[in-house]
Ligand binder design. Structure first.
Ligand code: NDP
Length: 282
């Protein structure tokens, strides 16, 4: 009987790497698809990134994720970028195509895919809190998905203005920056509200956005990028006011679905991946 002991390799390069749960959902996806593939969490220091990518090339890795602090630095070691990764200026998923390594950014795509279970962003007016890496990816993909207007609200003005400018220059959406005011009120006419800051992330689960919760209207969709815990203060308050919600676990799972599809050509079952994360107690 012939055996094949060569497992196709994928994984993640990050520092720190130990607490990244992506491995659990991706390996659950491989099992569900009946693939004998592996996903390895690798602790890679910034000065070792070039060698890590060369190693992945030498060993024929099918692809890998990049997390903090490599999402921008990895670009110098790749052969090309996907369209939205080029606009965002950051890569979280590297895909081997033939002999080349191409950088994609699935963070915002995962967000939009999860959001679509509640609403199609095309033609909508969106308010996004945050202007960091996650906000950048989310805003670019919302714009590419046809969002009409994107209001960026950020604590730091320079970063907020830079993101609004990027959207105006590189996408068809109309974007503006608004300073984050105390008890910030969501303007009437906003269709979708997004928390793309790190506020509410474990272990600071009691931290809340400085937001006038009574300005949330039941017609609004409220989305949070925080995946741990999935039910944040913001989402709980939004649900109490009758809003439909999309959680950060959906964003995480869907960016994993898109990554697995890039690497294997197959679409895994998102519910299986979500359950694998929930089984961790997230
Ligand atoms: P960055 O450090 O790049 O950006 C952090 C953002 O949060 C900035 O806009 C920052 O504002 C804002 N912020 C942080 N603390 C405060 C505060 N106390 N008050 C007001 N604003 C604050 O991080 P990322 O963009 O990479 O990540 C943001 C979050 O998104 C993380 O919690 C991460 O877990 C989550 N994420 C989730 C993913 C998922 O799949 N669910 C994928 C990727 C990220 P300022 O510019 O003023 O500093």
């Amino acid at each position: 009987m012939a055996h094949d002991f060569l497992q196709p390799l994928t994984g993640s390069f990050a520092q720190p790497a130990a607490e990244n749960p992506t491995v659990v959902m991706i390996e659950a996806a491989y099992r569900q698809l009946g693939l004998n593939w592996r996903y390895l969490n690798c602790e890679v220091a910034p000065e070792a990134l070039g060698n890590a990518v060369r190693g992945a090339r030498a060993m024929g890795w099918r692809g890998f994720n990049c997390s903090i602090p490599h999402k921008v630095a990895v670009i110098a070691h790749l052969d090309g970028l996907g369209a939205s990764a080029e606009i965002i200026g950051a890569v979280n998923t590297v895909v081997r195509r033939g002999d080349t390594l191409i950088g994609e950014n699935t963070d915002g795509q995962g967000f939009v895919q999860a959001l679509r279970e509640q609403v199609d962003p095309a033609g909508r007016s969106v308010l996004v809190f945050g202007a960091g890496g996650a906000a950048r990816a989310v805003c670019v993909e919302l714009a590419l998905a046809g969002a009409r207007r994107i209001e960026v609200v950020n604590r730091g003005e320079a970063r907020g203005r830079e993101l609004a400018e990027l959207l105006n220059q590189r996408t068809a959406a109309t974007a503006l920056y608004s300073p984050w005011r105390p008890q910030h009120a969501i303007p009437a006419g906003t269709d979708i509200v997004v928390n793309a800051t790190s506020i509410g992330l474990y272990p600071d689960v009691d931290a809340t956005l400085d937001l006038d919760l009574d300005s949330l209207d039941a017609s609004m969709i409220v989305a949070d990028g925080i995946h741990n815990p999935p039910l944040t203060h913001l989402l709980r308050a939004a649900r109490q006011r009758g809003c439909r919600t999309a959680d950060g676990l959906g964003m995480l799972v869907n960016q994993g679905v898109i990554g697995v599809r890039h690497w294997t050509g197959l679409t895994p079952d998102a519910a299986v991946m979500r359950q694998a994360l929930l089984d961790l107690g997230l």
